[in-house]
Design a protein around this ligand. Structure first.
Ligand code: GLY
Length: 571
């Protein structure tokens, strides 16, 4: 088989334009529509659909399929995701919102003690046992069929083009491949499961910034999907290839698992903050409940928040206390609500939030057991978020994942895409934290068909039925804290999206009980002041990667997080 990465001569106009367009895209306001993804080629794929007359869903679907190619380690057709869609009302129709759940599911063979019995802690992270049944193709095509206006071939065209003709490797891409190479060197077992990525996609370390990368095998998969729809993936040639690699390597996914995959559709979770309606994702996302709890707790301490400068010790302390409550409840209560009882109403009730808010002291933080309510006692690489607003005010917030970078490291033979390792988002070994250090309860044990708990938090804010902000992030549990901080940066500190996503961030997920500051944090006095309040502090490379769009009187302002080198597009 020919190498998947080839140096393609840059005769293709769009490719040169895309690379050249990156700097400055976020500076101005777009007058009609915008797409913010974590790669400019993907943002531009969305805008291409809008200019063809498509709507926000057409743009989101095209952007997502394109991300599968240009950010293959962050998301893709081997993974899953959540999409929130808001359709504004017009003369004849009321406004509508929908939450599409195309999270991966546990295969039929995986029950609560599957990983305990395997007796291999890495089984839910690397290799064939780690993959859940992918949902992305089903979810995107469901969204397109029910809410889009363009045909499948049109929306898949930019992704097929990027896969076939290539795109330019940026610093994020090469940095990720370098870190993967270090993992392969440190663990020979990984080098076996990740052999295809290492040799074919990474060319044993030869890929450099500025090289053009193509992936004709994934182009073939995308062409089959364009021709035959979801059946190509769940029943046809691609399903055969997934089932064969699973069978050959002892993995659990069968053709029956693939054929039975279904998209779930729900009402978004609704709340309010500062007079705006907040639409977010219900379980198995934990992000919607957590962010609504954080906003609720902040609202109850609004006097302090309103008087505290951005990223001052008092602001950080209050926000961290709210985060600790939200993450403690996440650990205890959140899971797939189709399988276990998730007390959403109680967790978001005024009585509960009043009680939790009253317990927050501005003088001191507390021990871990103080937070949330109980009955008993990385990295961002594998996720990607995109935000879209179209010229009619329709909006999409969409977060997709293969979990960790390049997911399970298993690439489906002949089709050039990595299968997720989303099974690690379940409680695979009771009592042990997952790859993100998250403690989770038995509610989140794997069961056939169940979807693992997620932190993905696509969010849409409305003012009187009009979209004013669309946001979301990648970064495991940091998705929740990063998205929250960027929204607060806009609403409380009146930052532009670009300022809001670039501002330094902090993170606390209750356990481990450490308040982490991004390592570029300039002022040591701030962590010191937090230590005086009892917080253990530390540093971390980055807290999430956020894509945010805001509608302002001057137009639509969009920003892709500089931490990953993405850029928005619009017109
Ligand atoms: N795989 C990351 C998440 O869903 O939270």
């Amino acid at each position: 088989m020919s190498r998947m990465i080839g140096v393609v001569v840059c005769v293709v106009g769009w490719l040169i334009t895309s690379a050249a367009a990156q700097p400055g895209q976020a500076a101005g306001a777009y007058q009609h529509a915008a797409v913010a993804a974590d790669h400019v080629v993907a943002s531009e794929a969305g805008v291409e659909m809008l200019k063809l007359g498509g709507n926000a869903v057409d743009a989101a679907v095209a952007t997502s399929f394109c991300l599968s190619v240009v950010r293959p380690y962050s998301c893709g057709i081997g993974g899953g995701g959540f999409m929130l869609i808001y359709i504004p009302g017009d003369g004849d129709n009321q406004p509508r919102a929908v939450a599409i759940n195309y999270r991966e599911t546990a295969p039929a063979a995986v029950g609560p003690d599957y990983y305990v019995k395997l007796d291999d802690k890495s089984a839910s992270r690397d290799g064939h046992h780690a993959a859940g049944v992918p949902g992305t193709v089903a979810g995107l095509l469901w969204a397109l069929e029910h809410y889009g206006t363009l045909d499948r071939k049109t929306v898949l065209a930019p992704a097929i083009r990027a896969a076939q003709l290539g795109f330019v490797a940026d610093a994020d891409h090469v940095g990720l491949l370098d870190s993967l190479q270090r993992r392969f060197e440190a663990d020979p077992k990984l080098a076996v499961s990740g052999a295809y990525i290492r040799h074919q996609l990474y060319r044993d370390g030869e890929v450099k910034v500025g090289d053009t990368i193509s992936n004709p095998a994934q182009a073939r998969a995308l062409r089959l999907i364009a021709q035959h729809g979801a059946d190509a993936f769940y029943r046809g040639e691609i399903a055969d290839a997934i089932a064969q690699t699973m069978q050959a390597n002892g993995g659990p996914i069968t053709k029956q698992d693939l054929a039975s995959y279904t998209v779930r559709v729900a009402e978004p979770l609704r709340g309010t903050f500062q007079g705006l309606d907040v639409l977010s994702m219900p379980p198995p996302s934990s992000g919607g409940v957590a962010m609504q709890q954080i906003f609720g707790l902040l609202e109850r301490h609004f006097k302090q928040i309103g008087a505290s400068p951005h990223n001052s010790p008092a602001y950080i302390h209050l926000l961290v206390e709210a985060m600790k409550h939200a993450f403690a409840d996440r650990a205890e209560w959140l899971a797939d609500a189709d399988f276990v009882d998730v007390p959403i109403e109680r967790l978001l009730s005024a009585a509960y939030l009043n009680e939790r808010a009253d317990s927050i002291s501005m003088q001191r933080t507390n021990e871990s057991q103080f937070y949330g309510s109980r009955t008993a006692g990385v990295e961002d690489g594998g996720t990607s978020h995109l935000s879209v607003i179209d010229a009619n005010g329709m909006a999409v917030a969409c977060t997709e994942t293969i979990n960790l970078s390049y997911g399970s490291l298993v690439v489906v033979p002949g089709f050039g895409f990595a299968l997720n390792n989303e099974m690690d988002d379940f409680t695979t070994i009771p009592g042990e934290a997952n790859a993100f250090g998250l403690q989770q309860s038995d509610r989140n044990l794997p069961e056939p068909g169940k979807r693992p708990l997620s932190s993905m938090s696509p969010t849409i804010l409305l003012d009187d039925g009009r979209v004013v902000l669309v946001a979301g992030a990648s970064g495991g549990p940091r998705i929740i804290t990063a998205t929250t901080q960027c929204i607060l940066n806009c609403l409380l500190f009146d930052m532009t999206p670009r300022q809001a996503v670039a501002a330094l961030r902090f993170h606390h997920q209750w356990m481990p009980n450490v308040l982490q500051f991004e390592s570029a944090w300039p002022d040591p006095a701030v962590p010191s002041a937090l230590q005086q309040l009892g917080h253990e502090t530390g540093t971390t490379g980055s807290v999430g990667v956020v894509q945010l769009i805001r509608v302002t009187p001057e137009g639509i302002r969009a920003a892709s997080d500089p931490r990953k080198g993405g850029a928005p597009a619009g017109y």
